[in-house]
Design a protein around this ligand. Structure first.
Ligand SMILES: *[C@@H]1O[C@H](CO)[C@@H](O)[C@H](O)[C@H]1NC(C)=O
Ligand SMILES: *[C@@H]1O[C@H](CO)[C@@H](O)[C@H](O)[C@H]1NC(C)=O
Ligand SMILES: *[C@@H]1O[C@H](CO)[C@@H](O)[C@H](O)[C@H]1NC(C)=O
Ligand SMILES: *[C@@H]1O[C@H](CO)[C@@H](O)[C@H](O)[C@H]1NC(C)=O
Ligand SMILES: *[C@@H]1O[C@H](CO)[C@@H](O)[C@H](O)[C@H]1NC(C)=O
Ligand SMILES: *[C@@H]1O[C@H](CO)[C@@H](O)[C@H](O)[C@H]1NC(C)=O
Ligand SMILES: *[C@@H]1O[C@H](CO)[C@@H](O)[C@H](O)[C@H]1NC(C)=O
Ligand SMILES: *[C@@H]1O[C@H](CO)[C@@H](O)[C@H](O)[C@H]1NC(C)=O
Ligand SMILES: *[C@@H]1O[C@H](CO)[C@@H](O)[C@H](O)[C@H]1NC(C)=O
Ligand SMILES: *[C@@H]1O[C@H](CO)[C@@H](O)[C@H](O)[C@H]1NC(C)=O
Ligand SMILES: *[C@@H]1O[C@H](CO)[C@@H](O)[C@H](O)[C@H]1NC(C)=O
Ligand SMILES: *[C@@H]1O[C@H](CO)[C@@H](O)[C@H](O)[C@H]1NC(C)=O
Length: 417
């Protein structure tokens, strides 16, 4: 074989190799239909110090515009990618876009160094307007949020207390799969699913300290047909929170703690009309936390209905079962005539230990009592043996079977449940 005789020939050969590589990585391979858009090939350094945001945007843009069947934005392992707030915007050409995250994504620790859009740090990573998306891998999404948790921050920076960034926001997407990933130390909520349909999250690990404020694990809002399975969640706020406009949620196999449990609401703040319906929550274990909670504000409108909590175990829970129609996160809430109506809520096979004497609290409004509350096979004992647990109810109607401890006197006994 002749060696390249001149610089020109060398350049032509080099061009050939570059082209061949570009073709290999961006063209459709008929047998597989998958091609990789590796962020490292787009210039990501992955040393945890260099800003890799631009490389991620470029890789996303090419993956999004690709016409292959399964374009895969790949984030290789053994590297840590430092990212500023980032929007991965659709719509994209493929219905099977995949983001394979095997490395670690990390945010800047110093809130004032974040480059936020229009000064609103509402998210760190946002994926928007994509139909047909998988986000998966053995990687970690680390919001590095400990300095955001400092409450005095609200007064020092442009970032209002309520405007801290969520780790990953899935907004206006359909047919989404989220799996395997680990999320940690988000400045605020870890994962938010908003205005989306048919979302399946499975096998996620979410971890931040019990003292971190407002770090909900997964928040669902204005979304339908959402399935959350087999996740380990420990945070400083709700493990899963279900906000207004959520319908047809199926949650199972969640282990929660530390954290505030699984909450529906708060609904109806500032007199708003908010709705949640058809939520099934099966086979979940709640560590030191609230168990299952529904909370609404006085003055709201709308409803929370058709909800099932089944096969829930709690251990040393502060409020194993709680409905609160008088929710208020400050000192000055007035009782009002309107309220979010709560009805058709079933609790079945809820067992375990309670740290509080009142293991069941159902505090409903006078004008809009809670209706069709059903309880079946419930045993909640005090963590510290000796005394018996009690229940509290006001303005509640519904039925129970006889296998309920503590006794819940406001519910009518009915063995046919
Ligand atoms: C990543 O690190 C593991 C363990 O150190 C090593 O076995 C593996 O080869 C590395 N992989 C890559 C792609 O660098
Ligand atoms: C791609 O997505 C379409 C539409 O959701 C689906 O019918 C098809 O099976 C998917 N193809 C692959 C290879 O996953
Ligand atoms: C988080 O941010 C701090 C700065 O506040 C930085 O020193 C640290 O290395 C960051 N953590 C990671 C995992 O990069
Ligand atoms: C990325 O991690 C997944 C496991 O989540 C594994 O199946 C896949 O082979 C990994 N890919 C690479 C290129 O390391
Ligand atoms: C979660 O992972 C386990 C072990 O890899 C697997 O058996 C299970 O099917 C996964 N769950 C879901 C809902 O994908
Ligand atoms: C109560 O809610 C359950 C669960 O969503 C639903 O299957 C059932 O039809 C509802 N019952 C009524 C009377 O609406
Ligand atoms: C909870 O206890 C009841 C009896 O009070 C029992 O029927 C049920 O199987 C138990 N469920 C779980 C998940 O332990
Ligand atoms: C229950 O929780 C309380 C308060 O956090 C704690 O002091 C106690 O040690 C816990 N008990 C058990 C058995 O976990
Ligand atoms: C509102 O009503 C509830 C139940 O009757 C009561 O416990 C609470 O103290 C009242 N709150 C105010 C601010 O009046
Ligand atoms: C819980 O309390 C009930 C009623 O006092 C008792 O029968 C049962 O044995 C207790 N269960 C546990 C696990 O302590
Ligand atoms: C609602 O609860 C309050 C306080 O327990 C009670 O005084 C009132 O009679 C109840 N109203 C209805 C309609 O049950
Ligand atoms: C439960 O409370 C109801 C109503 O107060 C009462 O009739 C019933 O005897 C109680 N059951 C037990 C086991 O204490």
């Amino acid at each position: 074989m002749a060696t390249p005789a001149s610089p020109t020939v060398a350049r032509i050969l080099l061009c050939f190799f570059v082209l061949a590589r570009v073709c290999a990585s961006t063209s459709s391979q008929p047998s597989v239909g998958q091609s990789f858009f590796n962020v490292v090939e787009y210039g990501a350094v992955g040393d945890g110090r260099t800003d890799d945001t631009k490389a991620f945007k470029k890789a996303w843009n090419d993956a999004c515009e690709s016409n292959v069947i399964v374009p895969t934005m790949h984030i290789p392992r053994n590297k840590t990618y430092l990212l500023q707030p980032l929007v991965l915007q659709g719509p994209c050409n493929s219905q099977n876009l995949t983001i394979q995250i095997n490395g670690t994504l990390v945010a800047l620790g110093d809130p004032s160094a974040w480059k936020c859009d229009k000064k609103h740090c509402r998210h760190w990573i946002m994926i928007s307007d994509v139909d047909g998306l998988s986000v998966l891998g053995s990687g970690t999404i680390n919001g590095n949020g400990s300095r955001w948790w400092d409450h005095s921050l609200c007064h020092r920076h442009h970032v209002g207390c309520g405007k801290k960034p969520t780790g990953l926001v899935i907004d206006r997407c359909n047919e989404v799969r989220l799996s395997e990933l680990t999320f940690q130390d988000s400045p605020q909520m870890h994962v938010a699913i908003e205005r989306s349909t048919r979302v399946a999250a499975a096998n996620l690990t979410i971890a931040s300290p019990g003292h971190s404020p407002n770090t909900d694990g997964i928040h669902v809002q204005r979304s339908r047909h959402v399935r959350i399975r087999d996740c380990r969640i420990g945070t400083g706020d709700d493990c899963i929170s279900i906000g207004s406009g959520s319908a047809h949620l199926d949650i199972s196999g969640i282990s929660c703690g530390p954290g505030h449990g699984v909450s529906i609401g708060s609904l109806g703040k500032h007199g708003s009309r908010e709705t949640v319906e058809d939520v099934r929550r099966l086979g979940c274990h709640m560590g030191t936390s609230n168990g299952v909670r529904i909370k609404t504000w006085q003055g709201g409108k709308g409803y929370a209905r058709d909800i099932v909590f089944e096969r829930i175990t709690v251990s040393n829970s502060s409020h194993p079962i709680i409905i609160n129609q008088f929710y208020c996160d400050h000192q000055h809430c007035k009782n009002q005539t309107s309220a979010v109506q709560i009805s058709n809520v079933t609790y079945s096979q809820v067992n375990g230990t309670s740290r509080a004497k009142a293991a069941v609290e159902l505090a409903c409004s006078k004008m809009h009592p809670c209706r069709d509350i059903l309880m079946k096979d419930i045993t909640l004992n005090l963590t510290v043996k000796g005394k018996e647990t009690t229940s509290y109810c006001s303005n509640v109607s519904g039925r129970r079977n006889s296998n309920i401890f503590p006794n819940i006197s406001c519910l009518e006994e009915d063995e046919d449940l």
